[in-house]
Design a protein around this ligand. Structure first.
Ligand code: OQQ
Ligand code: ZN
Length: 380
């Protein structure tokens, strides 16, 4: 277990080195300090919902440059239980991952996965999507569960406001999320672990500003931007970023939750976002779609039956270095597990490499031209 400078103190853990500003945009390249290493931003974090990034091993994740991976309190709380993971030595030991881990608090999943949920000031009652049993999550329960899991970065318990939502509902929910953030902070007693708050506010500029200002005054080591990528038009998402990001401390990391596709990533980096997650690369891989810099390539299509080139000739991933589109298409058509492993490896590598390229462009002060070139070539 690495000791860190902040061990024993409830101080800002995710210390944020001087972020490098670039051009007229808010883009910045930073380094995030955690007990499991120092990580470069902007960064993409592979989604590992149930303590595994589907179809790839920790060794392969390390090889492709993954730094921090995500896991989910909601899922692990229901199965196998977070006490069991604690007994196993925590999530890093349980899944044999010695890089960074960030866990979501379960708020989003309760509201999007669990049927028949009821939200009160106390927390959220819901039915397990696994066995239909009645369950309950509160800030205190969600923080205790995340302390059991032992992630390096944990998230406050929040409500991800559905889209669309009435102003009044968004206002009341956002105010409750701020009270829940305070309760999360009080319940968080594990040093060497950073607790991020999550900005809400629906699609209302004033509520976004109030949420950001209230959470900043509670002083967290980092901030998630929640309630976005929930079906709203992209211009609305960017408008909410424009209202929110400038109110967040420059020297602390910003994590845009649930985003996203490469075109969204490059725009969000321009607004000053540092961290991203998205189920997209692993999810589309499972139905045979590969991500490339000019858009999606459905390897399963008949057009690739005799295409003996790799998915992307300029890609350094294991799939592109060793296998052809024809071979991967054959595996996918034959329902061979190795086929979806190869498309998953390629998609994760593509996004990890894309964020590395953005960081390089920022450091060389050419991010805005990088963004122009990329958007010109990429079709959604
Ligand atoms: C897809 N759009 C979206 N995803 C959102 C998420 C989930 C992010 C997440 C975290 C961990 C995992 C894991 F499975 F890998 F663990 C998977 C996804 C949100 N999460 C919270 N707490 N508040 C939000 O307001 C919020 C808004 C979100 N918009
Ligand atoms: Zn590749």
């Amino acid at each position: 277990m690495l000791t860190c400078a902040f061990a024993g103190q409830k101080k800002v853990l995710a210390a944020y080195e001087e972020a490098v500003k670039c051009g007229y945009s808010g883009a910045r390249a930073g380094r995030l300090h955690t007990p499991h290493g120092v990580f470069d931003t902007p960064m993409f974090m592979p989604v590992g919902t149930q303590a595994t990034v589907k179809a790839v091993s920790p060794r392969e994740l390390k090889e492709m440059g993954a730094q921090i991976i995500l896991s989910n309190t909601y899922h692990l709380y229901l199965r196998p239980g977070t006490e069991l993971v604690a007994e196993a030595g925590g999530l890093h030991r349980f899944m044999d991952w010695d890089g960074g881990i960030l866990t979501d608090s379960g708020g989003f999943q309760v509201f999007s996965l669990g049927p028949l949920r009821k939200i009160t000031e106390e927390g959220a009652a819901f039915r397990s999507h696994i066995d239909g049993s009645t369950q309950f999550l509160s800030p205190e329960i969600a923080i205790k569960a995340q302390m059991n899991l032992g992630a390096d970065i944990i998230m406050a318990f929040d409500e991800c406001i559905p889209y669309p939502a009435e102003y009044q509902y968004a206002k009341l929910s956002t105010e409750r999320t701020t009270r829940w953030a305070e309760r999360s902070q009080k319940a968080h007693t594990r040093s060497g672990q950073a607790l991020f708050a999550i900005v809400q506010g629906g699609m209302y500029q004033d509520l976004r500003r109030v949420s950001a200002n209230d959470l900043v005054s509670l002083d967290f080591p980092g901030y998630g931007i929640g309630g976005l990528s929930v079906g709203e038009p992209k211009p609305v998402m960017y408008e909410m970023l424009e209202q929110t990001v400038p109110l967040l401390p420059e020297n602390k990391p910003r994590y845009l939750m649930g985003v996203g596709t490469p075109d969204c990533l490059v725009e969000a980096v321009r607004y000053g976002i540092d961290m991203f997650d998205c189920v997209f690369p692993t999810r589309v891989a499972r139905n045979g779609t590969a991500m490339t810099k000019s858009g999606r390539l459905v390897v399963k299509n008949a057009a690739y039956a005799k295409d003996f080139l790799p998915i992307d000739e300029n890609c350094g991933c294991y799939a592109c270095q060793n296998f052809s589109r024809a071979y991967i298409r054959h595996l996918l058509k034959a329902d061979e597990i190795f086929g979806l492993r190869l498309t998953t490896i390629h998609n994760l590598y593509f996004l990890l490499d894309f964020t590395k390229k953005m960081r390089q462009a920022i450091l060389e002060d050419r991010f805005l031209s990088f963004r122009e070139e990329f958007l010109a070539q990429y079709c959604k």
